[in-house]
Write a protein that binds this ligand. Sequence first.
Ligand SMILES: Nc1nc2c(ncn2[C@@H]2O[C@H](COP(=O)(O)OP(=O)(O)OP(=O)(O)O)[C@@H](O)[C@H]2O)c(=O)[nH]1
Ligand SMILES: [Mg+2]
Ligand SMILES: [Zn+2]
Ligand SMILES: [Zn+2]
Length: 511
Amino acid sequence: MKLYEIQPAYKIYAFDRGWRIMKYVSENLFKRTDVSARWWFDKAKYLLNRFSGSEWYIKYCIYVVVGGLGLAGGAQYVSAMVLVALFIAVQAIILSIWATISSVLMGILAGANFVYARFYRIFYRCPDCHKEMPIPVYICPTCRTEHTRLWPSIYGVFTHRCITCETKLATLGAGRKKLARICANADCRRPLNEGVGAGTNLHVPIVGGPSTGKTNLIVMATHEFLQRYQTAGYAISFTDTNHQRAFEENMARLTQGRALVKTPDIVPQAYNLSIKAPRALVPTISYVYDAAGEAFNDSMNTESQSYYKYIDGILFVIDPTAIPTFHNVHEGTINLLQDSLRPGTLDVMQTYERMKEMLQASIGGHKSRRDPHPIAVVITKVDALDLEQEIGQPAAQALMAQNPAITSEEDAISTLARDFLNNYGLDNFVRELEMSFANVRYFSCSALGRLPSLTDSSSFMPIRAAEPLIWLLAQAKAIKPLQQTIRTTSQLAPIGQAAQAQEAMQMQQRF
Ligand SMILES: Nc1nc2c(ncn2[C@@H]2O[C@H](COP(=O)(O)OP(=O)(O)OP(=O)(O)O)[C@@H](O)[C@H]2O)c(=O)[nH]1
Ligand SMILES: [Mg+2]
Ligand SMILES: [Zn+2]
Ligand SMILES: [Zn+2]
């Protein structure tokens, strides 16, 4: 990383012009003094030549005058020297003090900024090209000149003055935040939204083959998460208006009972959410990567998923209808529901292998110990084929009644979902996963709550869609889990009735 780069800005007076002026003044003062002193000496020479043959008393007078002229010329040198010496002394003292104070300020600000950024794990990372940069490129609002190192430096501690248009640009805080900025990667240069670099980064990729239900799940999960945690006093917002617009359009579709369409991008654009807990100093900026399932089809795509370097947790989505043993058992029904269920097409184990390749290519494997990243394994589409009865709430309640050691519904569902995978021939996957990852939890959910149908335009009602996301965010310490009772209330709330659920939660919190 280059700390210093030449900037299109004026340097601080004490580091540049101050010293140049000093040099200029001393040189030019002597030059001018020389010219005017020479005038006196030339006059004296002229008089001496002119009256060299004159009478002695005239010569005497001339010598007196010549002596005077010589003195006058000499005095010019002396006074110039005194002046220059004085100027240099005063200027040097002022510039040195100025430069020292600026350097100390720069040091303090840079040091404080570094410690703050490390402590809160704040980095500038582009949601488009996934590259990290020391600082984005800031754009002058007046002349669009690009400033690549707009931080306290010899170009200014608190502001840099643009060399093209003289506009002062803040190097810190709210002033700098107002400026437009772009990705510093020369191949990308896309605008960076205001969340980038504004908080602790949290990166979560969603893994799963094509049509496993990733996009429907993450949009619904985000919606549910927003509802519950905003009510609980968290400040949550999209930091990019484009992400917000896409989310709102998706939600509008889901409210009209229309499932979301296929994701086109193999290299996904992360969408950013700023999540600030009630008393937190710094928000968490989450980057959620929803790639098209084709990203896991072959290893050609492995390298393009370079964001695996930074991840804090993984959402691994499994479409039960894509598990061969389960598929065989329910073949008739699955074929019948082909269009609305759209079963996944990629083998779970293969998806897992690809994901591991991506992790290994980015961060290298954890050979001696298990990977500490939390991984949420989510079985989706449980609204179909009686799956809710098998691995959902009713089954969880039955299991808890049977086994008092299991004290929460979440734990019961995790056990049920894990058993489900083992029973339907994915025991290899479960074993591999738990051998490689230290923190695995299983979930069952439905993003839509029912089969999508062209004739039904009622809003989808998700079932436990937010649980995996909330668990991952809590594992990464971005949020705290809410009380059980509050969760149950909103979890069953359909989109249209979310406001009522919010009211119920507020009531519960008040009392
Ligand atoms: N019954 C039911 N069907 C679902 C559910 N979620 C998704 N589906 C179906 O699965 C299809 C694919 O869902 P997507 O969310 O687009 O899947 P994806 O994993 O994002 O797929 P790609 O973008 O191709 O990788 C949807 O069009 C629905 O038909 C669900 O909760 N219940
Ligand atoms: Mg998708
Ligand atoms: Zn970029
Ligand atoms: Zn400018």
